[in-house]
Design a protein around this ligand. Structure first.
Ligand SMILES: Nc1nc2c(ncn2[C@@H]2O[C@H](COP(=O)(O)OP(=O)(O)OP(=O)(O)O)[C@@H](O)[C@H]2O)c(=O)[nH]1
Ligand SMILES: [Mg+2]
Length: 344
């Protein structure tokens, strides 16, 4: 299962209370009764989650389990406002999901977003007595207390997010590619539906880890339950991009992408909006009497002129370096698109 929890932690977070408003009066020489001068209390600090791409685990939350923002300071005389409380900032990795510790209800799913997210606001500061002067009350003795902050107990979890999903007919060579590119050792066999549950593997390119997800093969009619169906497509619903593997040694290599596209679309229109790449596989296989693998690759590209098409062979190694670079570029492209900065 791809959506297995790699890590989890229980934490308690609380925002700061607002500072109290102040009751004070001006005291000046020769002014017997100065007006009100009590300032407002400061705002309580907020609880903020900061999603950082360089973090991969929640290990840091195992040591510190309670996060409390600072309270706002009380207002003072001479119309001085109390200082606002400092926020409590909690760093978490991408893919973090926040759940209510008691009910398990999902409160926030950061997905691939990066940046700072306000989670709990601090209490507002109370008004000082400067706000309560009126024509009838020249010397108000009234000021308001700050509002309390709030507290939540959270279960923090990481759900691994694959960067690239490998999609294709059974036997197209998806697991072979995962095996060749990553540390994963999926089962590979010359018959369809070898892969029954999704496999994840890590491809390291420079300083970026790219997580590939290999899923069971899809066939025409899968959206109506044929083969293993399409339920497992949910495991690639959060990937950044897709690579469609198309076996060039098969006669259906021209229709394959169209059929796969339809099945994905039936599962979720979001899937076919992801950045993608068409990979013609098994270019080492000559097909007796038929066109050569390179001619087939050219036909594939001509059939889908708007698509990026690449040929590979896991056996001969052809096109693999180019494919790795391309997957890296796809992942980087997706990184840039999912960067909204501040949210709520
Ligand atoms: N000649 C050749 N055979 C390959 C290549 N890549 C994979 N194969 C073979 O194709 C067969 C299927 O490979 P898999 O990697 O299991 O295919 P899959 O797409 O994962 O299949 P499912 O899990 O059933 O969906 C195996 O016999 C592989 O050895 C290749 O580049 N060249
Ligand atoms: Mg497989």
């Amino acid at each position: 299962m791809i959506d297995k929890f790699a890590d989890e932690a229980l934490i308690e977070v609380s925002s700061g209370s607002g500072g109290n408003g102040c009751v004070a009066f001006r005291r000046e020489k020769y002014v017997p009764l100065g007006g009100p001068s009590g300032g407002d209390g400061g705002r309580g600090g907020a609880v903020v989650f900061e999603v950082r791409r360089n973090l991969r685990t929640l290990a840091h939350l195992r040591y510190k389990q309670s996060f409390k923002a600072e309270n706002g300071r009380d207002g003072e005389g001479s119309q001085r406002y109390g200082r606002n409380g400092e926020d409590a900032v909690i760093p978490v990795p991408p893919g973090t999901v926040l759940k209510d510790a008691d009910t398990g209800e999902i409160i926030r799913d950061f997905g691939r977003q990066e940046g700072s997210f306000l989670f709990l606001k601090g209490g507002n500061g109370g008004w000082g007595n400067v706000h309560f002067k009126s024509s009838v009350t020249q010397a108000p003795r009234k000021a308001l207390p700050g509002k309390p902050g709030s507290l939540r107990r959270l279960r923090v979890e990481i759900q691994v997010l694959a960067d690239i999903g490998l999609v294709g007919f059974p036997n197209a060579g998806k697991s072979s590619l995962l095996d060749r590119f990553t540390n994963a050792r999926p089962k590979i066999a010359p018959y369809p539906f070898t892969t029954k549950i999704p496999n994840l593997g890590v491809l390291t390119l420079g300083d970026r880890d790219i997580i590939l997800a290999d899923i069971p093969g899809l066939i025409e009619g899968a959206s109506n339950g044929a083969g293993l169906g399409i339920r497992f497509l949910k495991h690639i619903s959060r990937t950044a991009a897709l690579a469609f593997l198309i076996d060039l040694s098969q006669d259906n290599y021209r229709e394959a992408f169209h059929i796969l596209y339809k099945e994905l679309e039936a599962f979720s229109p979001e899937l076919v909006k992801k950045p993608r790449l068409l990979v013609g596989s098994k270019t080492d296989l000559e097909n007796a009497g038929e066109s050569s693998p390179s001619e087939r690759l050219a036909t594939l590209q001509a059939t889908y002129p708007g698509e990026r098409v690449l040929g590979i062979s896991v056996f001969s190694g052809e096109g693999l370096a180019e494919l790795a670079a391309c997957l890296g570029a796809l992942a980087a492209e997706a990184d840039r698109e999912d960067r909204p900065g501040w949210g709520t």
